[in-house]
Design a protein around this ligand. Structure first.
Ligand SMILES: Cc1cc2nc3c(=O)[nH]c(=O)nc-3n(C[C@H](O)[C@H](O)[C@H](O)COP(=O)(O)OP(=O)(O)OC[C@H]3O[C@@H](n4cnc5c(N)ncnc54)[C@H](O)[C@@H]3O)c2cc1C
Length: 443
């Protein structure tokens, strides 16, 4: 099983695909330095890029080494994708404990960005479920790490953006499921404040929750949307793994000319009013619930030729009414700069922490928005948002970033100095150099 479209770029197609040598991982360290492990390239920014240097392609390193169906544990090579893992484990009633919005992510990439899913409020991020992993480092060779063995490297590697060495395999605790299908409710909300309230109220009851929010509207009700909650359906719905089909490759280029602020506003309005009842219940297919965009091959090309930014931040938990106000003021900045978020998703993070030194999640509210690249005015507006996020004690998700300024990064992630002590001296990335944090020469 191959990973579609893994070509040494990043998902946002920003910055321009840089020149990097692309070498497959064969169990040994590459000679050319600095290098960077590369998973499936599903990060949006430059965290997975290494311009002018070497990318070590991990996706051919993809065997499942051990699947203990009694204990519910899995040992897997790091280049294996979530799609591939699920084809093996779902028919036996097991599921990865945390998955993102696409199944085309490698296990190494999931650890290195300490990804979060729709169940963060209950189960935390991916790193919370990693029992052990193996690293291949240029200075120490093979190192096995866990919460009790080389815990310094273990916690630096979770969310460590590939900079602590090549993860070769990962042991992860799985989640038992009665069915792969999801029992859902979609709750219609009329304002940002109500969306926040409904998310808060539903987190107790539901394993999964997320809100699609309409931030494109100028009607004064920005933040209205649909809160989608779910949990695994009962056993009679079966254990069918999600489809691997990716089709409609023609759709992105055909849709591109129609994707304008006015049509996006109209599309959002149709989607919003398309749900006619306050609450809609259904049983959804696994793929439709978790990875709706995966069905469209290369959907990110809809934003070509310039690419896009997915801006995602988290602000700490506050009174629900305050959160609504903060998110509304962020929307105002976007509107003032004539930026129309084409897609916006709101979610609440819970308090369970993986301990990852550089991990993004923290208890609070996270908003992710797709913004087509529009040059300098956009950078200016996003810098303003950075300042607002920082002022609230929040931070930007590095897996989706290609533009954060160094001073802002240091203020948002003050633990970067501790992290720097554990870097593999032969590894670097475009992001790390952009943030000007490399202090040593490559060895
Ligand atoms: C449609 C879509 C939806 C998404 N939804 C979510 C979401 O809900 N939640 C979320 O958290 N993220 C989400 N993401 C982002 C994505 O989950 C992360 O960026 C993830 O890390 C990508 O994994 P990858 O295998 O593609 O790795 P890449 O993007 O190739 O690399 C990511 C980082 O991992 C490092 N890395 C990769 N393999 C290894 C290895 N073997 N050893 C050491 N380091 C390694 C790389 O050096 C890089 O720093 C989404 C992305 C897309 C495209």
């Amino acid at each position: 099983m191959t990973t579609p479209d893994a070509v040494g770029t990043s998902w946002g197609r920003l910055p321009e695909p840089p020149a990097a040598a692309f070498v497959p991982f064969r169990g040994v360290l590459p000679e050319d330095r600095p290098y960077l492990p590369y998973g499936a390239g599903r990060s949006y920014g430059d965290v997975c890029l290494n311009d002018g240097a070497t990318l070590v392609a991990m996706t051919e390193h993809h065997r499942i080494l051990e699947f203990d169906q009694q204990l519910g544990t899995l040992v897997v090579e790091s280049g294996c994708t979530i799609a591939q893992v699920h084809q093996t484990i779902i028919p036996s009633g097991w599921h990865l404990p945390v998955i993102p919005g696409t199944q085309w992510v490698t296990i190494g990439g999931a650890v290195a960005n300490d990804i979060h899913g729709k169940n963060h409020h209950r189960d935390g991020s991916f790193g919370c479920h990693v029992l052990e992993l193996e690293l291949l480092r240029s200075d120490e060779g093979v190192v096995r790490c866990s919460p009790t063995q080389r815990s310094d490297l273990f916690y630096a590697t979770i969310g460590g953006m590939g900079l602590t060495g090549i993860i070769t395999w990962v042991k992860v605790r799985l989640m038992p499921i009665p069915s792969a299908q999801i029992q859902t409710e979609s709750i219609k909300t009329s304002s940002m404040a109500e969306t926040v309230d409904v998310l808060l109220a539903s987190d107790e009851q539901w394993l999964y929750s997320v809100a699609w929010v309409d931030l494109a509207t100028r009607s004064g009700c920005a933040g209205r949307g649909h809160v989608l909650v779910g949990q695994h359906a009962s056993a009679e719905h079966g254990l069918q793994p999600p489809s691997l089909r990716q089709s409609y490759g023609w759709l992105a280029p055909v849709a591109r000319p129609f994707l304008q602020p006015t049509t996006v506003r109209l599309g959002n309005s149709i989607k919003y009013h398309g749900q006619r009842t306050p609450v809609r219940s259904s049983v959804m297919d696994h793929g439709a619930f978790f990875h709706p965009l995966d069905a469209i091959r290369g959907w990110n090309r809809v934003y070509d030729p310039k690419g896009f930014v997915q801006y995602q931040f988290v602000i700490p938990e506050e009174e629900a009414s305050e959160v609504g106000k903060v998110l509304s003021s962020i929307t105002t900045v976007l509107h003032e700069a004539d930026l129309v978020p084409y897609l916006a998703v709101l979610k609440r993070f819970g308090s369970r922490s993986s301990g990852g030194v550089m991990s993004f999640p923290r208890p609070g509210w996270t908003l992710a928005m797709d913004l087509p690249w529009s040059g300098r005015p956009m950078l200016h507006a996003l810098n303003r948002l950075d300042a607002m996020v920082l002022e609230r004690g929040g931070r930007v998700y590095l897996a989706k970033d290609a533009r954060l300024e160094t001073a802002m990064f240091r203020a948002m992630y003050p633990q970067w100095t501790r992290f720097s002590e554990l870097l593999d001296p032969a590894v670097s990335s475009t992001m790390w150099r952009r943030l000007q944090l490399t202090t040593k020469g490559y060895q």
